[in-house]
Design a protein around this ligand. Structure first.
Ligand code: FES
Length: 145
């Protein structure tokens, strides 16, 4: 049911933890399943994501997609990180079962929330970034299968 990559990232998740004094922190939840995701970003003065960590109280698919998402945004610019959609994460994991697609939204939204926090702290606007929702189940209809 799950690809080898999903199982690998679930059993050996990358970048688990917290960053002290992070440049941006984003927390999102899905009220339907009750799962919660928090992402910490360390962004340098050139706008490059130097480090990223995540913590989750979530299902296996949420763990695997967050692990892959952190790998995909590490070392990237803010604009590049915005391109890391849940679809891109799922492709990198060789897919997810349809009932688990919503789990991949947690990581995307948590990254957006952390970038929003970073922008607010620094008084800047990030082009293309919309104010994140704290409950992602409100916009699950945007999920692309
Ligand atoms: Fe809630 Fe997977 S079931 S994130």
């Amino acid at each position: 049911m799950y690809s080898e990559k999903v199982m690998d990232h679930f059993q050996n998740p990358r970048n688990v933890g917290e960053i002290e004094n992070a440049s941006g922190v984003g927390t999102v939840g899905n009220a339907k399943c009750g799962d919660i995701m928090r992402i910490f970003l360390d962004i340098d003065e050139d706008g490059i994501i130097r480090d990223v960590k995540f913590k989750t109280f979530g299902c296996g698919a949420a763990v695997a997609t967050s692990s892959m998402a952190t790998e995909l945004v590490k070392g990237k610019s803010i604009q590049e990180a915005l391109q890391v959609t849940n679809k891109a994460v799922m492709e990198a994991l060789d897919g997810l079962p349809p009932v688990k697609v919503h789990c991949s939204l947690l990581a995307e939204e948590a990254i957006h929330a952390a970038l929003w926090d970073y922008a607010e702290k620094n008084g800047i606007t990030i082009e293309g970034l919309e104010k994140p929702k704290s409950d992602i189940s409100e916009h699950e209809e945007k999920i692309e299968y």
